[in-house]
Design a protein around this ligand. Structure first.
Ligand SMILES: [Zn+2]
Length: 438
């Protein structure tokens, strides 16, 4: 009756010891002790089973290019931009495809099966768009890849910015990007937001802009983006990525801005790893954190999802394709360590990201796509703490990746022979207690 049954799974909502029956690539049953047999069985052994991770903000044309043509010696944003400028003319379609496919391999082993990537459209050759459109097709059986036309050097500021972006959309890149804070003037930035929202409305496409990625409290393009979203009837289809200037804004102004964003149903995409690394660089001490106001935006009902942004590229030499690493940083930077906080942070790399990306059939419910990850952790809070191994990654009811549990062997007289952090070092209270919010 079932193609696959996952036995003894803990679910992200806290329910424990459930079986998940899968048929025809969809979730067909979630019950205690399913009596039927199946073609294949996965024993989750009381571990967390989650829908896959979704990364709503990434740069797949730059990923894994670290060291090409040289390292970012200072580790700064400015040297990163200079490096990308050196690398871009050397890019070939074949090399772009090879790097992107290798990143997707890594992503699958991390249980990351949905990715939205920006594609730099500054170079009118558009070799980046050509390559990533091909990658999108190639990985479609295991990763849903969305592409954003991103005018990295400025929509108006780059010589061919306007025409190149339109051409990328004509080629099939499906989301309109932007970078208003990087245009020559505030006015040009505001004009670019209007022009790009108009294009999205005319073509029936979503919008996802790098917006206000700066420490300048007067960088207020998110206000314009929210207003144009309402004006062009794009509510719910627009994402504001980064929004780091909100960290530094005047509090009174923010009290007006957040309701405006809520009215426009803006999807908010902070990138915690990159924001904490790159923002506040002109500060001495105290240094600003530079991540947008996650707690306040969530409290106002906005959909907040976290992006990885970069992995081993000119801007960021670190990263591992692990959305739990992103969430782990978010907990620290946003200071969201409460029980309910952590649940919201986990949502931000799963269900909220799926909403930002407009995914259909995503989730852990009957009739949802059977895309699932079995983690070496008992529950959501333990997954966030441990960034554990992904024991099984399942796509459409088929196991597409497997990683052995992480267990350390010990050779100490009178001490245990092995240590498994996920089993032996859990909090000393019942799982119900550790996940119960007041
Ligand atoms: Zn970005």
């Amino acid at each position: 009756m079932f193609d696959l049954i996952i036995r003894n799974a803990n679910l992200p909502d806290g329910r424990e010891g459930f079986d998940i029956g899968i048929a025809g690539g969809k979730i067909a049953a979630i019950e205690k002790s399913i009596a039927a047999t199946a073609g294949e069985t996965v024993d989750a052994t009381g571990r967390l089973v989650s829908p896959p991770f979704c990364d709503p903000h990434f740069h797949m044309d730059a990923t894994l290019s670290l060291g090409m043509p040289r390292m970012n010696v200072s580790g700064t944003l400015l040297e990163g931009i200079a490096l990308w400028g050196e690398l871009r003319p050397l890019l070939t379609k074949e090399a772009l495809i090879e790097r992107a496919l290798r990143y997707c391999d890594l992503a699958v082993t991390q249980g990351l099966l949905y990715i939205r990537s920006h594609v730099d459209t500054s170079d009118p050759q558009l070799v980046t768009a050509e390559a990533l459109l091909e990658v999108k097709e190639k990985v479609a059986p295991y990763i849903e890849l969305q592409l954003v036309a991103f005018p990295q050097d400025g929509y108006y500021r780059a010589p061919d910015g306007v025409a190149s972006l339109e051409r990328a959309l004509d080629m099939g890149v499906g989301i309109v990007g932007g970078i208003p804070h990087f245009e020559r003037t505030m006015e040009d930035g505001a004009r670019s937001v209007e022009a790009l929202c108009r294009i999205a409305a005319d073509r029936g496409l979503p919008v996802d802009m790098h917006c206000d990625e700066t420490d300048d409290p007067m960088s207020r393009h998110i206000e314009t983006l929210a207003a144009q979203t309402v004006r062009f009837g794009l509510k719910g289809r627009v994402a504001g990525s980064h929004l780091t200037s909100m960290h530094s804004m005047d509090n009174y102004y923010v009290s007006k801005l957040i309701p405006l964003m809520a009215e426009a149903e803006i999807n908010v995409i902070p990138n915690p790893l990159i924001n904490i690394m790159l923002q506040g660089r002109h500060d001495t001490y105290p240094k600003r954190r530079g991540m947008t106001r996650v707690r306040e935006l969530m409290a106002a009902g906005l959909n907040v999802s976290f992006g990885h942004d970069c992995v081993m590229d000119p801007w960021y030499s670190m990263g591992s394709g692990d959305m739990l690493e992103v969430a782990h940083m978010a907990i620290h930077v946003a200071q969201m360590a409460g029980i309910e906080d952590k649940r919201k942070i986990f949502d931000a790399i799963t269900v909220n990201s799926a909403k930002t990306m407009g995914l259909e059939g995503y989730g852990l419910g009957i009739g949802c796509k059977a895309d699932l990850v079995v983690l070496q952790a008992a529950d959501v809070t333990e997954a966030l703490r441990l960034k554990p191994n992904r024991l099984f990654v399942i796509k459409a009811g088929k196991v597409i990746a497997r990683t052995a549990p992480r267990v350390g062997e010990l050779f100490l007289a009178g001490r245990p022979a092995s240590v498994e952090m996920a089993r032996d070092y859990v909090p000393r209270c019942s799982s119900a207690d550790r996940n119960r919010s007041r």
